[in-house]
Design a protein around this ligand. Structure first.
Ligand code: NAP
Ligand code: MG
Length: 404
């Protein structure tokens, strides 16, 4: 290219671990640096660096994201017992995604990348369905009890002023089980705002569903908070954008989703989102084709792939064996972040680049060149299986066609 595409504000770049760290460097070398005068503020979230800095680097990267507004993140290891000894860790550091999500108060939106030849199991899904999962509370923060035998269970709330509210849960005749769940209005409100913000951003309808007919206080509060915030803050903007907010019962939502064409955002409570995002990603074929973006209610964005560090492939790579790891979701994390940066900084050439980079990935796969994970599930006949690097080089060839 004669002149590289310019940027004005740096992207916050969060490097990561294992196979995705290897892909990260190849993506930069082959697909970004030859085309863009890439400006990033680099944070190494690789486990070694997190350990060395007592995880301060993760906090710093989240603060930088608050400052600049857009980040792109590589997959990172969440330490467990095995990683403690593998990396000689001082502590079992928390998941970077958890730390960043808590600091940005954000919601995660996951969308499958659909290509011809890898069709969703649900034949009428022409456009991708995005799942927004509330990432706080409910069963994930519940307390549980095994009831040993007969007795009375009560729900008690003691106010800061000492006032008490009390309801009977159940009079047990024999052994049983109990669970106490909670959520907080502030978190539900942040979830709602992130959903409305992201719907406006990608100009797609927003659906939200709970079981409010059965749960007349708990789930109904979710419904009410969404409606109040929508009416007060987003209704006009939605009308102007030509999109709708639609609430329905979860059972009805499931039935409608199956019959829909796709192309909308489905906001889910924590548990529903966990299960439904797994359903959508398996129906669409491959975890390696799911993108993920964390959106804060203040309009801050962090883009990444939904999959992890692909550890098994990394060990093969270390042994000197060839790998065929799919880099598409990681490339889409970069294109998503660059597009958002372009939009905020009014850089039409950078917007075009982001679009072309995505198109180059899709064209490459649709032309029959793909990684092994996709070759196993494609309906295309005789696909060409490429290794990790050659697949990215094939995307580069497709991308270069736009810049000749
Ligand atoms: P994973 O890295 O997503 O990989 C699970 C399996 O899915 C792989 O072994 C591979 O199957 C397949 N796969 C995933 N991504 C692929 C890709 N891009 N191309 C081809 N195949 C792909 O999950 P994991 O093995 O459970 O976790 C590994 C590490 O990632 C863990 O340390 C975990 O903490 C971390 N993790 C990080 C994030 C994040 O940063 N957002 C998310 C999840 C997990 P085959 O081996 O059968 O080929
Ligand atoms: Mg799950």
């Amino acid at each position: 290219m004669e002149q590289k595409i310019q940027m004005t504000t740096p992207l916050v770049e969060m490097d990561g671990d294992e196979m995705t760290r290897v892909l990260w460097q190849i993506i930069k070398d082959e697909l970004l640096l030859p085309f863009i005068d890439l400006k990033t503020e680099y944070y190494d979230l690789g486990l070694e660096k997190r350990n060395e800095t007592d995880d301060q680097v993760t906090v710093d990267s989240a603060n930088a994201t608050k400052k600049y507004g857009v980040a792109v993140k590589c997959a990172t290891i969440t330490p467990n017992a095995a990683r403690m000894s593998e990396y000689h860790l001082k502590e079992m550091w928390k998941s970077p995604n958890g730390t960043i999500r808590a600091m940005l108060d954000g919601t995660v939106f996951r969308t499958p990348i659909q290509v011809k030849g890898i069709e969703p199991c649900v034949k009428n899904w022409k456009k991708p369905i995005t799942i927004a999962r509330h990432a706080y509370g409910d069963v994930y923060k519940s307390v549980e009890l095994k009831v040993p035998g007969a007795g009375k269970a009560e729900l008690v709330f003691t106010g800061a002023d000492g006032n008490e509210e009390r309801v009977t849960i159940h009079e047990f005749d024999g052994a049983g089980i109990l669970q106490g769940q909670h959520n907080v209005d502030e978190s539900i409100g942040s979830f709602a705002r992130s959903c409305f913000q992201y719907a406006l951003d990608i100009k797609q309808d927003l659906w939200f569903a709970t079981k409010d007919t059965i749960s007349k206080k708990y789930d109904h509060t979710f419904k009410d908070i969404f409606q109040e915030i929508f009416d007060a803050e987003y209704k006009n903007a939605f009308e102007q954008a030509g999109i709708t907010y639609f609430y329905t019962l979860i059972d009805d939502a499931v039935a409608r989703v199956m019959k829909s064409e796709g192309g909308f955002i489905w906001a889910c409570k924590n548990y529903d989102g966990d299960v439904m995002s797994d359903m959508i990603s398996s129906a669409c074929g491959s975890l390696a084709m799911m993108t993920s973006v964390l959106v804060s209610p203040a309009g801050i964005y962090e883009y990444e792939a939904a999959h992890g560090t692909v550890q098994r492939h990394y060990y093969k790579h270390l042994e000197g064996e060839e790998t065929s790891t799919n880099s598409v979701a990681t490339i889409f994390a970069w294109s998503g972040a660059l597009r958002k940066r372009a939009e905020l900084d009014h850089l039409p050439e950078l917007t075009d680049f982001a679009d072309r980079l995505e198109k180059a990935c899709i064209d490459t796969i649709e032309s029959g060149k793909m990684t092994k994970d996709l070759a196993l599930i494609t309906e295309l006949e005789n696909p060409t299986v490429l290794n990790s690097r050659d697949f990215i080089r094939a995307i580069r060839e497709a991308l270069e066609k736009y810049y000749r």
